[in-house]
Design a binder for this molecule. Structure first.
Ligand code: NAD
Length: 266
């Protein structure tokens, strides 16, 4: 019987965007714990540096902070090149940076619509393009885009978020098709609600927009359709991100995995 190889991220070079906080930081923590070299790429330089210091102290892998606004072509290309030069290539990209802005469509400011699409879609495209070039040179890699249950479902008040998260599914499938010849895989993670600063901010905003209490927002809007009224955790998503990063073949590409306590079922 052939033995399957043990999956590991030891010494793999990984870039996680938006990793100074929330889900991204959880993924970076999981990767460093498995021995990876992780660039914490975030618009907030101080928070990125402090997360990198904290993770390097934990080991056994190491982390560095890289300042990067994922909507800036120049900052993405420069930041990715810096990481590739330091560690000799890029093996894993997690395009995770994101924000949330909620309004009813009729009042959605156009500037906010454009800001949302820029962070979620331009950011995924630019970081993918920059990392893809390095991965192609060094024999392949794994690209992971942070989708959401909102890559498959809609909710009121979230027009640009739902639009962008659906769009990432298309981008990932194109990367999977173009990347196959170069051993570059692409997959999307689709979390349900995870208690991070992004979600904490939405609770009072949605309560105001919908005219209901904050408790109702949590119990009805956020967790109402789960099988057990539980939030998904940062650690749950970090584990899925580890699996997509470490999985070694094109058997797992062009896929999306929903981790949402059954809120959305395929
Ligand atoms: P968070 O607010 O905790 O962290 C987001 C990070 O992204 C921050 O460190 C922030 O500084 C950084 N960031 C913001 N704009 C940036 C930019 N232009 N360039 C680089 N970095 C930038 O949010 P989170 O909840 O951890 O969300 C991370 C990702 O997970 C997002 O894409 C979000 O849409 C997705 N997601 C979150 C949930 C959830 O319930 N929290 C559910 C599904 C999907």
């Amino acid at each position: 019987m052939t033995q399957s190889p043990t999956l590991s991220l030891k010494d793999k070079v990984c870039i996680v965007t938006g990793a100074a906080s929330g889900i991204g930081k959880g993924i970076a923590t999981r990767y460093v714990a498995d021995g990876a070299k992780v660039a914490i790429a975030d618009i907030n330089q101080d928070a990125a540096d402090s997360a990198a210091k904290e993770l390097s102290a934990q080991g056994p892998g190491e982390a560095i902070g890289i300042v990067m606004d994922v909507t800036s072509e120049e900052q993405v290309d420069t930041g990715v090149a810096k990481v590739a030069e330091k560690w000799g290539g890029i093996d894993v990209l997690v395009s995770n940076a994101g924000i949330q802005i909620v309004h009813p469509i009729e009042n959605f400011p156009f500037a906010d619509w454009k800001k949302m699409l820029a962070i979620h879609l331009d950011g995924a495209f630019l970081t993918t393009r920059a990392c893809y070039r390095h991965m192609k040179e060094t024999g392949g890699g794994s690209i992971i885009l942070m989708g959401s249950v909102h890559s498959k479902e809609a909710s009121p008040l979230k027009a640009p978020y739902v639009t962008a998260k659906h769009g990432l599914m298309g981008l990932s499938k194109v990367i999977a098709k173009e990347g196959a010849a170069h051993n570059i895989r692409s997959n999307v993670i689709c979390p349900g609600f995870v208690k991070t600063p992004l979600v904490e901010k939405q609770i009072p905003e949605q309560a105001k927009d919908l005219g209901i209490s904050e408790k109702e927002v949590v119990e009805r809007i956020m967790l109402g359709n789960t099988v057990d009224k539980e939030f998904t955790t940062i650690e749950d998503i970090a584990e899925v991100a580890w699996m997509f990063a470490a999985f070694p073949t094109n058997a797992l590409t062009g896929q999306s995995l929903v981790a949402s306590h059954g809120w959305f079922m395929n």
